[in-house]
Each structure stands twice: as C-alpha cells, then as structure tokens.
Design a protein around this ligand. Sequence first.
Ligand SMILES: NC(=O)C1=CN([C@@H]2O[C@H](COP(=O)(O)OP(=O)(O)OC[C@H]3O[C@@H](n4cnc5c(N)ncnc54)[C@H](O)[C@@H]3O)[C@@H](O)[C@H]2O)C=CC1
Ligand SMILES: O=C(O)C(=O)COP(=O)(O)O
Length: 631
Amino acid sequence: MATTSISSATNLNNLTPASSSLQKNSNPSSAHLSFSHSSISLQKLSVHTTNFNNPISRGFSIFNVLKTAQHSDIASSARDSDPVIKSQKPTILVSEKLGEAGLDLLRSFGNVECLYSLSPEDLCAKIGECDALIVRSGTKVTRQVFEAAKGRLKVVGRAGVGIDNVDLQAATEFGCLVVNAPTANTIAAAEHGIALLAGMARNVAQADASMKAGKWQRNKYVGVSLVGKTLAVMGFGKVGSEVARRAKGLGMHVIAHDPYAPADRARAIGVDLVSFDEAISTADFVSLHMPLTPTTNKVFNDATFAKMKKGVRIINVARGGVIDEDALVRALDSGIVAQAALDVFTEEPPSKDSRLVRHENVTVTPHLGASTKEAQEGVAVEIAEAVVGALRGELSATAVNAPMVPPEVLSELAPYVTLAEKLGRLAVQLVAGGSGIQSVKVGYKSARDPDNLDTRLLRAMITKGIIEPISDAHINLVNADFIAKQKGLRISEERVYVNSSPENPVESIQVQISNVQSKFASALSDNGNISIEGKVKYGIPHLTRVGSFSVDVSLEGNLILCRQVDQPGMIGQVGNVLGERNVNVSFMSVGRTVKRTKAIMAIGVDEEPDKETLKKIGEVPAIDEFVFLDL
Ligand SMILES: NC(=O)C1=CN([C@@H]2O[C@H](COP(=O)(O)OP(=O)(O)OC[C@H]3O[C@@H](n4cnc5c(N)ncnc54)[C@H](O)[C@@H]3O)[C@@H](O)[C@H]2O)C=CC1
Ligand SMILES: O=C(O)C(=O)COP(=O)(O)O
C-alpha cells in the first residue's frame, strides 16, 4: 500500500463553499452551490467548451486526455471549405521561420499564421487568439505572454532544443504545455561547433576579411594544429557527444565534463569524463554544450578563466549566457584566452559596439548552429508533429513541463479519467458552506502492482474536478499539482490491492474530503469524511457508494441524492414531483444500510429542476435531506 502526499496544506479559504446545508426545509435556492469568494456557481460546472473540430475543445485532452476526433483527409477538406468550421480550427501562430514541411503539416490541422517580426507588445496583443505558438530562439515567451493569452494558449512549441527563452514556470502555472524538438538539429549544431573549432584554429574568418580588404597576410594568420591537442567538451549530451566523436576523428584527445552523463556512453566514444576543474585546466580547446540554467549561468567567469591554460581557445554553440562576456573580453585581452569562436550571445543580437564581437581574436556567427536546410526541415516536422499531437490531446514525448504518460496508458485510463473528474466534482458539491477544504484522500482499489499503475492523470483529474467548479483555474495535467499546492490543497493517494482482474487498471476510486461539514450528511462515512466511490462499468463511470450507502448510478447529466425513510412508494412520490414539472428521470437507484431504516435514492435527471421542484421534493414527508448535483 503506497501513499503519496502531494503537498502540505494551509487553509484553503478559496475552496470554501458559502451555501449552507441542504437539510430538509432549507431554502431550495441553496440547492444551487455558490461560493463566497467569487461569483462562481454551479453553472460553472458546464465544462468550458471552445469546440473547434477537434478534441482540445473538450476541456482536458492532456488537457482532456484522449484524442476523440481523428483527422481524416475528408474531414480536413470539409473543414477547409466550411467557413464556420474553419474558424473553429485551432489557430497556430508561428513567430519565427519554420521549414515548409512542418508548416504544411500544421496547415493540414489548423489555421496557421506566420508572423515573423512581432514585437513583444504585438505578440501579447495577438496571443489571445492563438491555441498554439511555435517559436525558435528569437522569441521571448514571457509570463506576460501567458497572461495575455487568457487561458487560450495550450501549447508552446520550441522548434529546437534550448527552452531558455520560454518562461517554463509561467507556462506550468497557466497550464500550457511546452514541447521542443530536441533531436533534429543535433548534428547541425555539432557540425557548426567543429566548423568554428577548425575555422578558429586556422584563422579562416580573419584571413578572409583581410583578403577582402585587399591584403595578403600569410605570416599574420599562422594557425595551430588540432591533432594531439586536448579538447574539453563541457556538457556531454546530444550535441556534445557528436562534437566529441568528430573531434576524435580529427585526432584530438577528448575529455568531457557533465555531472549527469553516463560514463559508459563516454567510454564508448573513447572520452574520459572528468571534473569541471580538471577539464578546464588541462584543455587546449574548450567547447561548450550545456544548457543555460541558473546553475550554468556565467559559469565561465573571471575565476574559471583564471584556472585555464594560458592560450586556451573557446568555442560556444550552446548559449551566450553560460559565459560572463565581460570576463571573456578581459581574458582575451590578457592572453589567457587566445581565441574564441562564438555562435551565441547573452543578448541576441548583441549590441553593434560589443567589444566581444569586435575583438580581433574572436570569430562570430549569428546563432547559426541549427541553421542547415536539413536541420530546419527536420526540426519543423518534429515540432509540428509534437504541437499537433498536443492539440489533439496526446502527450508528447518531448513535453518539457508535463509528466510523460505513454499513449497506451492514456487510452487504458480514459474511462477512469472521466470517473476521476466526476468524483472530484461530486465530492466538492457535497461540502457545506463555511468548510475549508484542506485535505483530500484518494483510494484506488486495483489488482495491479503499484509500479504498474500510473495515477498522475487520475489525480490531476480529481484535482480538476474539485477545484474548477469553485475557482477560475483551468486545470490539466501540466498544472494540476501546482495549482493544488498553490491553493493549499493536500491530496494523498492510497492504493489498495484487491484480488480482481489486473486487466482493469483500477477496480474503484474513492474520494474522501476530510475535516469538513457536508450539506448532505449521509455522504459522511464513519470516519467523518465526505466519502464517495465510483467504478467504471462497461466503459461508463458509475457512482457506487455515498458515505456508507451503496448506490449504482451512471455519472451522466445531473443527479439528485435524497435520504429518506426506507418505505414503499418513495420512488413514486419523488418521480411524480419530477414528472409533474416535466423533468425527465434517466435512472434511479436506491441504496440502504438496513432494511426499513434509512435509504439513499440517487435519481439521474436530464434537466436541471427549478427551485420550486426542488422545494416540492423537500416537502415529501419521508425525505430527510436531499442535494442536487451537477455532474
Ligand atoms: N547554437 C545553436 O544553434 C544550437 C544550440 N544548442 C544548444 O546546445 C546545448 C546542448 O544541446 P543538446 O546537446 O541537444 O542538449 P542535451 O540536453 O542533449 O545535452 C546537454 C547536456 O548538458 C549537461 N549539463 C547540464 N548541466 C551541466 C553542467 N552544469 N555542466 C556540464 N554539463 C551539464 C546535461 O547533463 C546534458 O547531458 C543546449 O543549450 C542547446 O540550446 C542546440 C542546438 C543548436
Ligand atoms: O535548438 C537550439 O537550442 C538552438 O539554439 C537553435 O536555435 P534556433 O532555432 O536556430 O533559433
């Protein structure tokens, strides 16, 4: 039995329903939940629907979890010719140049707008109309962008590797998935690194400029050889290891520093993994291939240059920010660094009078590492597939800020995901006004080994079900844990082994809200928690227990729960009230603990009964309490 705590709770005032209990004779208008801190009422429970002709409209894809609309050629040509449907297609903004093959793929799915020179203000003004944004390194996707999107932006696709230009924290808070294209430009970046290494060693750029200025300076541009020299690769990931492989081919001795790289991968290429200090102090050439993170920011500075061999040469095709550029100018001036070849800069483009760029021992290129035809086509397709997949509700293998849930797990969990959300929604509607929700316990009964049951999705959906009806938050797999934590909601999970078919990932899900009053006292179990339980039957979510009462109703439409004295004729009496008011009953189920004592009646209704109808139900003599729930 495993219990996972998500967050510790403070008081969750903003999850406090304001309405009071729905005990018998209460004003039926209170049958409609309203909440003290905002104007959100039960009406909010009708799931937000944008409804383009694809599944993102259905609230949770990764978001609503599963793809429901498949993309066929017929469907897409119909969409293209119908102006109404066309306007319902997702809008994908491409803010930097992207390869045609990727654009074609995007166009087959959504309305694609390519706007390549948007100012930050223009981007913020535009983003509220977009479902997806595709950028390269030149667009800063800041918190302001996510704020301006007002919840519409679902995916940011980074057509490349580095995501340092995207505010990931803000993306996560706003429930926006960020995907990148991590593989298609690896070789291009590695080749550019090698080009800079060899070009720098032989002064190719400087000699070229000199000749174009009419000079012939053979003595000035004597270079250094690469063979037998030591190259330190800093960051032994995809690009770094390809640089290492190529440098070995040039006869260099290659060492690498990477705190996270497996030693056997390095050994396989004939590279020694060493400490940071050993790498920088023994190398003749230092090539940078780590990402820009708070840890790597300006990691090459006065102190680290001072540890390097005099006359060292530096190549940077990673990110400008890993170098303190003023310190590099000082190291170049003092001769510690003989030469530098730089593709990337702290500020891009750097200022025209940048001392670093103008330094005679520095070779520069304008962030061209990924800029080969082949890489750009590859990156464009890689990112287009990831963005389209995300918009369809699939979880991308290249998601940067969401847990990976493989497609087979997603499809298996689909009905349980709906069950989880509905149980969350139902449970929160049972909380009485004045109660602050702090702690939710979720129990999964399953025949599966805990390692074989990924509950993140279910937990996210329960969180969604609990929080969305009573706040403005839109919750998905990306932001569920963050928002729960932010709201002081602690969700603990418990998996209980049951001896049933392991074919079913989950036998039942129980949601308990602790330490609260309930507006439907019968929903409280013996331990005082609001407790409901559900199962998936024939692919349809069912409510199977309320408090200590067994019931069996499919979780569709609206639900009235009544507690009454278990006696003949109750179903008929309530049915009559509803029938007279033209409210169609879709199903009914009665559950009791002991014969002829108390029973719970669960009534599914197609229409929402008006106040008068609810009042009349309350007036049926044997009914002790009732509650109307919007699923
Ligand atoms: N100039 C350009 O056009 C391009 C630049 N890049 C940049 O190159 C860098 C590497 O890209 P990939 O190899 O694809 O990424 P990667 O994620 O495969 O490799 C990065 C490696 O850096 C390592 N690392 C992290 N922190 C480190 C630290 N403090 N010290 C040493 N190593 C550390 C990681 O363990 C990882 O192995 C990224 O910053 C990316 O943005 C990538 C492609 C094109
Ligand atoms: O992929 C990366 O990290 C790059 O730096 C490439 O940047 P770009 O897409 O060419 O602006």
